[in-house]
Design a protein around this ligand. Structure first.
Ligand code: 5GP
Length: 195
């Protein structure tokens, strides 16, 4: 799930996940300052820069990128544990990380969350009251770059009315799970059983 800072990605997944079995959120690592209300280990794993660089050196991240002066990355161990136990994993990288995940895991499904307009995105970022004007400007510039790449994504959800966005998100997950390309040889053998 990719989309501008402030577009509502967390609100969407937090509303959708309780209703979708076998889907877990893979918590990202970041060097960004913790915002009020954010819980270490639930919203992000918060790291100092040196500790994050250590994660990079140890290849403990599936991907990482710099965004508005901070590092963000997907911890490898957690993601692998989810996938090997047969669960689907939801990750929330910006564009560079999303491309890297798709390159490494081609079966990944890329969902873009678009704002209803740049004006609305700016209003939400300002309303959040957590970022300086300079950081808001950086986030809006990145949002424009990401929107320019929207056709790289398989699905696009406009987060205008939250319930509609959550419904769209759930529909994508359920539809993806019944794609014929996800059938294994065992599944097909089971369909053919006569007893
Ligand atoms: P924020 O500071 O608003 O929480 O996040 C800033 C940006 O970093 C957002 O676009 C968000 O999607 C992205 N981001 C969050 N987690 C990760 C991650 O694990 N990897 C990458 N590459 N980007 C992430």
């Amino acid at each position: 799930m990719t989309g501008a800072s402030g577009v509502g990605k967390d609100t969407i997944w937090q509303a959708a996940l309780p209703g979708i079995p076998n889907l877990s959120y893979a918590v990202s690592a970041t060097t960004r300052a913790q915002r009020p209300g954010e819980i270490n280990g639930r919203h992000y794993y918060f790291y100092q820069r040196e500790a994050f660089q250590q994660l990079i050196a140890e290849e403990a991240l599936v991907e990482f990128a710099e965004y508005a002066g901070d590092y963000y990355g997907t911890p490898r161990q957690q993601l692998e544990a989810m996938l090997t136990s047969g669960r689907d994993a939801l990750v929330k990288p910006e564009l560079i990380g999303a491309r890297e995940i798709k390159r490494r895991l081609p079966e990944a499904v890329m969902i873009f969350i678009a704002p209803p307009s740049m004006a609305e995105l700016e209003r939400r970022l300002k309303g959040r009251g957590t970022d300086s004007p300079a950081r808001i400007a950086q986030r809006l510039a990145r949002a424009r770059e990401e929107i320019a790449a929207v056709r790289e994504f398989e699905y696009v959800i406009v987060n205008d009315v939250l319930e509609t966005a959550v419904r769209d998100f759930c529909s994508i997950i359920y539809a993806e799970r019944v794609r014929s390309k996800r059938l294994t040889a065992t599944d097909i053998a089971r369909f053919l059983r006569e007893t």
